[in-house]
Design a protein around this ligand. Structure first.
Ligand SMILES: Nc1ncnc2c1ncn2[C@@H]1O[C@H](COP(=O)(O)OP(=O)(O)OP(=O)(O)O)[C@@H](O)[C@H]1O
Length: 411
């Protein structure tokens, strides 16, 4: 439906888009991502004929964009820009009715049908109650919803949105994006949307295009594009990317503090953890400048996943397997090398019991992080081992912050 072929654009001598190619089908939502200045808005402007490409072409429904008259194009395509200034004293309903202009003939007198369509668009965007209000008096978020209503009143088959929800509160963000998704599904709209919020992009877009240095750095489904490596490269940000356990969508957590992990304090901690009990501890330790090793961990364990996200070396074990002698000796080796061992409040059973034996064998100072939940689910052998570790002088704390304090005190 929409084909972008080898599109390039220069502002004067500055190349802003270099050889961008992709296409969008009916009922598809494509998210455009990229750091500030990477050319996202410029691309949207070339797709909507506001800017003429320096080379390459845009083909809409088999016809080159060049050959569309403005009115004909407006019947196919609507644009929601980043900011809209309307200087005259129009009411919101009048602004939305402007969206009907491309459909009105010169001789149209009545416009009842258009009024009905404008009303529907305002109902959908939750702006009908604002219809008599002057547009200029609205808040940023209200304006944006009216502009989206105007775009919908155009009844386009392609909807281009430039950061449409950046002015909206969280509730209206979801409301508008849910609406866009519904229109896409029910009316087969093509949606091209610039989003800065990677989590919203992962949630709402079928495909993503990540722009970097004027080019497409990555394209594909959210899983292909929103990766730690791509985000690091494009945004110079250290993030953790995981699937949300409730929604199944990817979510991105910004790990600013990893920047400071570069300033190592020269000390190493081996963390005994599992079942997610080590996730926060790993993050805190890395943020505090410690080198961290961990394990043995089952490769399906969520702490194993966190360790790989944070580039923490983890001794691994196959799913549902006990710790092998090889893994055991590697763990003991890492524990001996470490300055301190931290044991999280992981439940110990036959699978990970060997980690406790390794702690005793290594003889390295230990901090045990025990949450309020008692370890009543651990078996008798584990309890006995934990008691031996405590008796050998292990410090106990209750929180990750206390762990960091205690670490400073242990020489
Ligand atoms: N009218 C213009 N004349 C000259 N250069 C421009 C013009 N508009 C944009 N640019 C430059 O082109 C580059 C791409 O700008 P563009 O607005 O497309 O980026 P963007 O990815 O949408 O950025 P943002 O995320 O900040 O909105 C930037 O370096 C910008 O400074």
């Amino acid at each position: 439906m929409l084909d972008i072929e080898s599109l390039s654009f220069n502002y004067g001598t500055a190349k802003v888009l270099d050889n961008v190619t992709f296409s969008a089908e009916k009922g598809e939502c494509i998210g455009i991502l990229g750091p500030n200045g990477s050319g996202k808005s410029t691309m949207l402007k070339t797709l909507s004929k506001i800017l003429k490409p320096s080379s390459g072409k845009v083909v809409l429904c088999g016809k080159e964009l060049e050959r569309y008259s403005p009115k004909e194009l407006a019947r196919h395509m609507a644009v929601v820009p980043q900011d809209t200034n309307i200087d005259f004293d129009f009411t919101c309903l009048e602004v939305v009715l402007m969206g009907r202009n491309p459909h009105m003939s010169r001789f149209e007198i009545e416009g009842l049908k258009d009024a009905g369509i404008a009303r529907e668009a305002m109902m959908l965007t939750n702006t009908w109650h604002l219809r008599e209000r002057p547009f200029v008096e609205l808040s940023g978020g209200e304006r944006q919803r009216v502009i989206i209503a105007r775009a919908l009143a155009q009844q386009p088959s392609v909807l281009l949105l430039d950061e449409p929800v950046s002015h909206l509160d969280i509730n209206h963000q979801i409301e508008i994006l849910d609406l866009v998704e519904r229109l896409k599904n029910e009316r087969g709209l093509v949606v091209i949307i610039i989003l800065h919020d990677l989590n919203l992009a992962a949630r709402y877009c079928d495909r993503l295009i990540l722009l970097f240095n004027n080019k497409i750095l990555a394209t594909g489904g959210p899983d292909d594009v929103i990766t730690r490596e791509n985000i690091r490269m494009a945004f110079r940000a250290n993030v953790m990317v995981k699937k949300h356990p409730l929604t199944g969508y990817l979510y991105v957590t910004l790990l600013n503090a990893l920047e400071s992990a570069g300033t190592s304090n020269g000390r190493t901690v081996h963390l005994v953890c599992g079942a997610g009990t080590g996730t926060q501890l790993m993050y805190l330790l890395r943020s505090g400048g410690y080198s961290v090793t961990t394990g043995a961990l089952n490769v399906l364990d969520s702490d194993y996943e966190t360790a790989s996200q944070l580039n923490i070396h983890a001794v691994s074990e196959a799913p549902f397997s006990p710790i092998t002698p090889e893994a055991y000796s590697e763990v003991v080796g890492l524990m001996k090398k470490a300055d301190i061992i931290v044991i999280s409040d992981v439940p110990f059973g036959s699978g990970n019991l060997k980690n406790l034996e390794a702690v005793l064998e290594a003889g390295t100072p230990v901090i045990m992080v025990e949450k309020d939940v008692p370890r009543d689910f651990t078996n008798g052998v584990a309890t006995a081992l934990l008691d031996r570790i405590k008796a050998s002088g292990a410090a106990t704390v209750n929180t990750g912050e206390q762990m960091l304090e205690k670490l400073k005190m242990i020489k």
